[in-house]
Design a protein. Structure first.
Length: 206
């Protein structure tokens, strides 16, 4: 079956990728979304683009991002609602960075429920803490992101552990979590994700 046919057969591909900072979820998310021809909706990217362009939203969230804190749930959820309402997201999407706590899970549930929709799969990238810290230090040197200071990294990892990790059990209860070993080459990890999605009847990516 070609990928095009696979997409035509696809019932829906509403996906979420979750993992600690440095797990590689951004990179894998882009690969998966490109293969399925669905947009990536990354809240971090949306905030950073607004900061770069100096929009009102950007000005509001700059200090929050630099400190590694979370942008208020209501504001973030409203932005995601708007983004998911656009035409290109009607055939599916891959969320990266949202929902990030249980309140946001409820906001997303409410929005998808209004459209008789729900998430089809949650890809959880498992990476040991030492490995993600090592990758983040490297990224700090390579990309110079303003929230990749030691202090902000530690704070973001703490928020992940206390607020984001608990959402995984919510989705596990719904039986939609695919736990993927996030250590290996980029291609190996993409192949693992692909196999997990294929097992759910979501198109084979590669
Ligand atoms: P990382 O996963 O490395 O922390 P992201 O790009 O996902 O990077 O997020 C960067 C920052 O953007 C977060 O530290 C936070 O300030 C803000 N942010 C992103 N997504 C959310 C969200 N769902 N809710 C609140 N704040 C968010």
């Amino acid at each position: 079956m070609t990928l095009r046919q696979a997409q035509d057969d696809l019932a829906s591909a509403r996906l979420l990728i979750v993992g600690p900072q440095g797990s590689g979820k951004g990179t894998q998310g882009i690969r998966v979304a490109e293969a399925l021809n669905i947009p990536v909706v990354s809240t971090g990217d949306i905030f950073r683009a607004n900061i770069k362009e100096g929009t009102e939203l950007g000005q509001k969230v700059t200090a929050i991002l630099d400190a590694g804190d979370l942008v208020p749930d209501e504001l973030t959820s409203e932005i995601v609602r708007d983004r998911l309402s656009q035409d290109d997201a009607q055939g599916g999407f891959l969320l990266d960075g949202y929902p990030r706590n249980t309140a946001q899970v409820h906001h997303l549930d409410a929005f998808l429920g209004e459209h008789d929709a729900s998430l089809d799969a949650v890809i959880l990238l498992d990476v040991p803490r030492a490995e993600s810290i090592a990758r983040l230090s490297l990224r700090a040197v390579e990309q110079g992101r303003s929230d990749d200071t030691d202090e902000a990294i530690a704070h973001r990892l703490d928020i992940y552990e206390h607020e984001t990790a608990p959402i995984i059990s919510v989705y596990e209860e719904r039986g939609i979590v695919d736990r993927i070993d996030g250590v290996g080459s980029l291609d190996e990890i993409t192949a693992r994700i692909s196999a997990a999605l294929a097992a759910r009847g979501i198109a084979q990516l590669v």
